[in-house]
Write a protein that binds this ligand. Structure first.
Ligand SMILES: Nc1nc2c(c(=O)[nH]1)N[C@H]1C(S)=C(S)[C@@H](COP(=O)(O)O)O[C@H]1N2
Ligand SMILES: [Mo]
Length: 196
């Protein structure tokens, strides 16, 4: 895996914690994951149903817009393409918005992304990780347990929604939480697309 520091970034071996709002508690009984928007039929999956889906392991680099980059974290999770098999999308879907908790609001946080670059092994909804300093363990509640998205490294990490609650499939791009507040729609660290 390449190790190229994007412009304006520095490398860290630690995995910093960054978010806005409180850390939500996980309750398996009430937890569910919603697939909605431009689909023939909306679906809602329980925690058990999610965890029974095929797993993917992938090593990725993370770049936070606050300028830290962490290389080579290995994650276990469910690839976006596995979730896409569970719904029939309408014709012309080109974008998604990944929702998650902001305080008590289940859909309070969101980040928009184009669909096409997210079909590989590096687009995962993760729950377990390791790196050269840590053996396999569940991701911390503060990092988004029970499930959080990690985008490919062509996107800043704010596109990696923690405490995920659903995916909205869209024909047209729509700003998410930070994008509405002036951050980039495309957010490529190598092009230093921080703001718009
Ligand atoms: N639900 C939610 N997800 C979120 C955020 C947030 O505030 N709420 N912050 C984002 C930002 S700005 C970053 S940099 C990453 C940080 O992830 P980490 O704390 O696991 O490093 O989470 C992203 N996902
Ligand atoms: Mo961030």
């Amino acid at each position: 895996m390449k190790r190229q520091l994007p412009p304006g970034q520095f490398e860290t071996e630690k995995w910093p914690i960054l978010h806005t709002g409180d850390v939500p508690e996980f309750n398996e009984i009430t937890w569910n994951f919603r697939l909605f928007g431009e689909v023939k039929q909306e679906r809602s999956l329980s925690y058990k149903e999610i965890m029974e889906l095929p797993k993917t392991i992938s090593t990725v680099n993370m770049h936070c817009v606050t300028t830290w980059s962490k290389f080579d974290t290995t994650f276990e999770g469910i690839a976006l393409r596995e979730l896409m098999k569970l719904v029939e999308m309408n014709e012309g879907v080109k974008y998604i918005k990944i929702f998650g908790y902001y305080n008590r609001e289940r859909f309070g946080y969101s980040a928009n992304l184009p669909l096409e670059p997210l079909l590989g092994d590096d687009s995962l909804f993760v729950y377990r990780w390791k790196d050269k300093n840590h053996d396999w363990h569940d991701i911390d509640l503060k990092h988004g347990y029970p499930l959080r998205f990690i985008p490919p490294e062509e996107f800043y990490l704010w596109k990696g929604t923690k405490w995920v609650s659903g995916i909205k499939f869209m024909k047209a791009d729509e700003a998410g939480f930070w994008e509405e507040r002036g951050y980039s729609m495309t957010a490529n660290p190598y092009k230093e697309e921080r703001y718009r």
